[in-house]
Ligand binder design. Sequence first.
Ligand code: DAK
Length: 264
Amino acid sequence: MNFYKYDNVLLEAEDGIGTLTINRPKVLNALNSATLQDIGDALREVKERQDVIKVLIITGAGPKSFVAGADISQMHNMSVVEALNLSKLAHNSFAEIEELPQFTIAAVNGFALGGGCELASSCDMRIGSNTSKFGQPEVGLGIIPGFGGTQRLTRLIGRGKAKEMIATSTMITAQEAYRIGLLDEITEPDQLMDNAKEIAKTIMKNGPIAVAMAKYSVDRGADLPLDIAIDMESQVWAETFATNDQSEGMEAFLEKRAAKFSGK
Ligand code: DAK
């Protein structure tokens, strides 16, 4: 097992699966600027270490919380300039999650509020324990979701539900999050990480370049008009024929054996 240690996050890698744990359990893993900085640094490490991290799981330390939002004690007397700097830090990190070539899974082990819900929404999929809770409480603090919540959440669950969650600022249960499409799976709390790792292993059986290109195609295409998106998909699809993984995947099928992908 490899460990990359930062002050506020832990990055571990085992059997190709990376786990990034937001590690401030005393404040329910609230995001201050140092933590956002650490997340950004860890993500750059993840991107560079595709040899040891094929899929990334993001979770929170402790039994109670994934991330209970931005750190209110740091935020409450911020100036506009400080708010802008914090905003850039967060936007960069959350965009880096989306742009990682590796598939990302949020394993939501408790509260995912404000910036926590936004962090989970930046991942490729979300699984949650049946005790997890989601919410965008910002308007109750006199601000609006500012780490992409009015945008990514809307794309995940639709305008009506997103506006309801944001304007009421009430928490929803894991079951409700599953019903509206915010959670992709629900598990018992003690099975959450095992379940996330099982999903990661299933993904890792496939061609890593194809997984990265499929992720890219889904994300890029989602905001384009359909005809342009289909064009883009054609290009990306054709590019897979430049990879060894494509020859190996198809030869393995024809030879009735399991493919051995090299990621080249
Ligand atoms: N920030 C700082 N400390 C927090 C925190 C947070 N978000 N959430 C919890 N804590 C701390 C509590 O103060 C408490 O500390 P001590 O009193 O023990 O020192 C400890 O964590 C345990 O929390 P509780 O005692 O409150 O635990 P409970 O089980 O009673 O309640 C709770 C759990 C999650 C319901 C409650 O802690 C809570 O309501 N927390 C706040 C949730 C929240 O409103 N989060 C912030 C959402 S706003 C930006 C863009 C976006 C944002 C900011 C800036 N820019 C563009 C610059 C994002 C904003 C947000 O995320």
